[in-house]
Design a protein. Structure first.
Lengths: 277, 124
């Protein structure tokens, strides 16, 4: 069961979709681009319903993911040629520039391409018609680090124009943590939390302090460990808990920032109080 | 503009950007009226998200180090002597506060701390 999901994206922003396996990330993207049909309900992108009989809604979307969008026994070049006819805004120049840059062997048949090159071919197909919305489902999985950086380079460039938006799913959090503006946590087909990345980084902290008694559960405490008089808490609202701890008379309060990865784990583990006010 | 950003730091990227641009401005490396790279340009060239640069610029603007002109982007502000002193004082305070709190927790008295500080003066 997926949805209802309602996501507004500002042009020029990147939304990272995170969630445990089976949360519905991939299904959601595949429904948006029409690779999966919803059993129930409807899907609208840019105000247009995704109707297989009227594929115009796809013109503004590019997709890179598990399901190949090309014919295996054709060469990469022939695939590009074939796909181009479906898009009025297709740019052959852009496609060949990207192929050069990625050093994609255009004469090879798609099925003979390496994993990295297959993703590059998908990416060229997704980008050559300059879509307003790019859907990337684990685009860099199976890529070596050098290729991954090449792909990220291209993504940062397309964002520079400010008129394109990206929805990106990945398990490689350090990579997404630099790219995304916002994070959406999906769980059981529902949006559990949508948050601006900088707010997340600024507000979540790991805090240690000394205090003789058990601490009253403050609202923002996500986890709490205690060894004797030493306490360690993870809080989703640092300024607030700092005031509370000082008022309580806690001693030697030390705080540390957390990585997006650490914060994500806490949120996905579903501890209490993960909501950001 | 070249910045030195790392993921291996306790300081989030936003803070690294603020600190490094601030240092460039205070050191005169970025002169008053210099046009800063646009938010999108800097995000792309440093491989960081737009929101991170945007928040960093907002912080610098709040500190009075840069200002924005509608439709033209961000520029380095002219700083008076007093303003520079204010900024220096604020940063000294920020750095010292957590250290002093830690020192007190470690059992030093205010006199002990003052003695350490005056010793540092003698050495400089």
């Amino acid at each position: 069961m997926l949805g209802p999901i309602n996501l507004d994206l500002e042009p020029g922003t990147v939304l990272g979709l995170v969630g445990p396996n089976g949360a519905g990330k991939t299904t959601f993207l595949q429904c948006l681009i029409g690779l999966l049909r919803a059993d129930l309900g409807e899907i609208t992108v840019f105000g247009r319903p995704n109707d297989p009989n009227h594929p115009e809604w796809k013109l503004d979307i590019g997709y890179v993911g598990d399901i190949p969008v090309f014919w295996e026994c054709w060469t990469a070049a022939k695939n590009l040629q074939f796909v181009s006819q479906f898009y009025p805004d297709w740019s052959h120049k852009k496609a060949s520039e990207l192929a050069d840059r990625f050093q994609l062997p255009l004469k090879k048949r798609a099925k003979d391409l390496s994993t990295g090159n297959r993703i590059k071919l998908s990416l060229i197909i997704a980008l050559a018609h300059s879509p307003k919305l790019l859907l990337l489902d684990e685009p860099t999985s199976g890529m070596d680090p050098v290729v991954r950086v090449e792909v990220l380079d291209v993504l940062f460039e397309i964002l520079e124009t400010g008129d394109r938006a990206i929805i990106y799913t990945t398990h490689i959090l350090p990579e997404i943590s630099r790219l995304v503006d916002e994070l959406v946590f999906l769980d059981n087909g529902q949006i559990r939390l949508r948050v601006n990345k900088e707010d997340l980084v600024n507000r979540w902290r790991k805090i240690t302090f000394r205090y003789g008694r058990d601490v009253i559960p403050f609202q923002s405490v996500v986890s709490h460990r205690r060894e004797g008089n030493d306490h360690q808490v993870i809080s989703s609202d640092f300024p607030m808990i700092l005031d509370q701890l000082r008022e309580l008379g806690a001693e030697n309060i030390q705080d540390n920032y957390m990585s997006i990865e650490e914060i994500t784990v806490q949120i996905l583990k579903g501890g209490r109080n993960v909501e950001i006010n | 503009m070249l910045l030195n950003l790392t993921d291996i730091s306790n300081e989030p990227l936003q803070g690294q950007i603020v600190r490094q641009i601030r240092a460039k401005i205070l050191a005169g490396e970025l002169e008053p009226h210099t046009h800063l790279p646009s938010i999108r340009k800097l995000a792309s060239s440093q491989h960081i998200s737009v929101i991170t640069v945007q928040r960093a610029y907002e912080t610098l603007e709040r500190e009075g180090l840069i200002h924005s002109r509608r439709g033209k982007g961000f520029f380095v502000s002219e700083l008076s002597k007093d303003k520079r002193k204010d900024l220096a004082r604020e940063r000294l305070r920020e750095t010292l506060e957590s250290r002093i709190r830690a020192a007190l927790a470690e059992g030093l008295s205010i006199e002990d701390i003052n003695k350490v500080i005056s010793n540092i003066y003698k050495e400089i």
